[in-house]
Design a protein around this ligand. Structure first.
Ligand code: PYC
Length: 312
C-alpha cells in the first residue's frame, strides 16, 4: 500500500491539494526539467492524486519540491486532470496557507520557485496572501476567430503564467447556472484557436479561455468565467487569468500602475490585483484567501482497479 500525505485547501472556492510526502523522486535539474519528467514518467501518480475516486476534474494538485534557488521557501509543480500548469495563482495562495497550517512558515515574505519563474508571496497577519506573479504580457490584441455555432469571436492573447485567450463579450450572463453553456462556448473557442493556429509565443498552446463581463457587485471591476485545460471551470477568479487580464488592461491604457483591480469570479469571490511595470511586461500581484479543508493520507492499493485514478 503506497501512502501519500496531502493537505487540501480552497482559494475563493477553487480547490488545491498539496502533496507533502510520498511523491515520486524527480531527480536533479531545473523545475521546468523536473516538471517535464513528472508529466512524462508519472502520469499515473498525477491522475491518482487529482482525479476520481480521490479527487475530481476541478482539483489542482501541487507537488512540494526543492526550489531551484537556494534560500527560496519552496518549489512547486502544479498539475491537474490532464497535465501540468505553468503557474497557478489560486494554487500558490493555497500552498502558502498550507505551509502556514503546517507551521513551516509564518507571516511575512516568501519566495516560491515554479517551472515558469519565481513568484513572491506575502502571508499577511489576517491570513490573506498576496502573490507577486511572473511578468505578464499581451502578445496579440483583438484577434478575431470564427467559432462554429457562435460566429466571429474577438479576444486577446496574453500570458499570465499560463496562456490565455480573453474574450470580453460573453455569450450569456456570467452566472454559475450557465456554466454548461459557458463551458461549451469556451471549448468551441479553444478548438477554433487550435484549428486556426493561434498560439502563444513559440507556438505555445493556448489552454485557458477567459470570458469577461460586468461585475454583479459594483465594488468590483469585472466578472469572469475561466475554462481550464481539462474542461473544469475555475471556481475562483483565477490568479493567472487575472494577471493576463491586467496585462491587457495595461496595454489598453485602462489600468495604471497604482490602481487596484477587483476581479470577481463566477462564484462571486474576489481577487484584488495591482501591477508594477517590468521589462517583460507587468508584474501583477494577486491577493486572496485560502482555507485548509483536510489533511490526510491518500492510499494507493495495488489491488484497486482505480489505483491510478479515472479517467485513465
Ligand atoms: O488561479 O491561476 C489560477 C488557476 C489556474 C488554473 C486554475 N486556477
Amino acid at each position: 500500500m503506497q501512502r501519500v500525505r496531502v493537505v487540501d485547501s480552497h482559494t475563493a472556492g477553487e480547490p488545491t491539494r498539496v502533496v507533502i510526502e510520498g511523491a515520486p523522486p524527480l531527480g536533479d535539474g531545473s523545475l521546468a526539467t523536473r516538471r517535464e519528467r513528472f508529466l512524462r514518467e508519472h502520469g499515473d501518480f498525477r491522475r491518482a492524486v487529482v482525479t476520481e475516486p480521490r479527487g475530481s476534474d476541478v482539483l489542482v494538485g501541487a507537488l512540494l519540491v526543492p526550489p531551484d534557488h537556494p534560500g527560496r521557501t519552496a518549489g512547486a509543480i502544479f498539475f491537474n486532470n490532464v497535465g501540468g500548469l505553468g503557474m497557478c495563482g489560486h494554487g500558490t495562495i493555497g500552498l502558502v496557507a498550507t505551509l502556514a497550517h503546517l507551521g513551516r512558515i509564518g507571516a511575512g515574505h516568501h519566495s516560491i520557485d515554479t517551472p515558469v519563474g519565481t513568484v513572491e508571496a506575502e502571508l499577511r497577519r489576517d491570513g490573506r496572501v498576496t502573490v507577486r506573479n511572473v511578468a505578464s504580457h499581451r502578445t496579440r490584441g483583438s484577434v478575431a476567430i470564427a467559432v462554429p455555432g457562435h460566429g466571429a469571436v474577438v479576444g486577446d492573447v496574453a500570458w499570465g503564467g499560463n496562456w490565455f485567450y480573453l474574450v470580453r463579450e460573453a455569450p450569456c450572463e456570467l452566472r454559475v447556472e450557465n456554466a454548461p453553456r459557458l463551458t461549451a462556448f469556451c471549448r468551441a473557442v479553444r478548438d477554433a484557436l487550435w484549428s486556426a493556429g493561434v498560439t502563444g509565443t513559440g507556438g505555445a498552446r493556448i489552454d485557458h479561455i477567459e470570458v469577461s463581463g460586468p461585475p454583479f457587485d459594483p465594488a468590483n471591476d469585472s466578472r469572469n468565467f475561466v475554462l481550464c485545460p481539462g474542461d473544469a471551470f475555475d471556481r475562483s477568479p483565477c490568479g493567472t487569468g487575472t494577471s493576463a487580464r491586467i496585462a491587457c488592461e495595461v496595454a489598453d491604457g485602462t489600468f495604471r500602475v497604482g490602481d487596484v483591480w477587483r476581479q470577481e469570479g463566477i462564484l462571486g469571490t474576489v481577487f484584488e490585483a495591482t501591477a508594477e511595470p517590468g521589462p517583460d511586461g507587468v508584474r501583477p500581484s494577486i491577493t486572496g484567501a485560502a482555507y485548509v479543508t483536510a489533511e490526510t493520507e491518500l492510499l494507493f492499493d495495488d489491488a484497486d482497479p482505480f489505483r491510478s485514478g479515472w479517467p485513465p
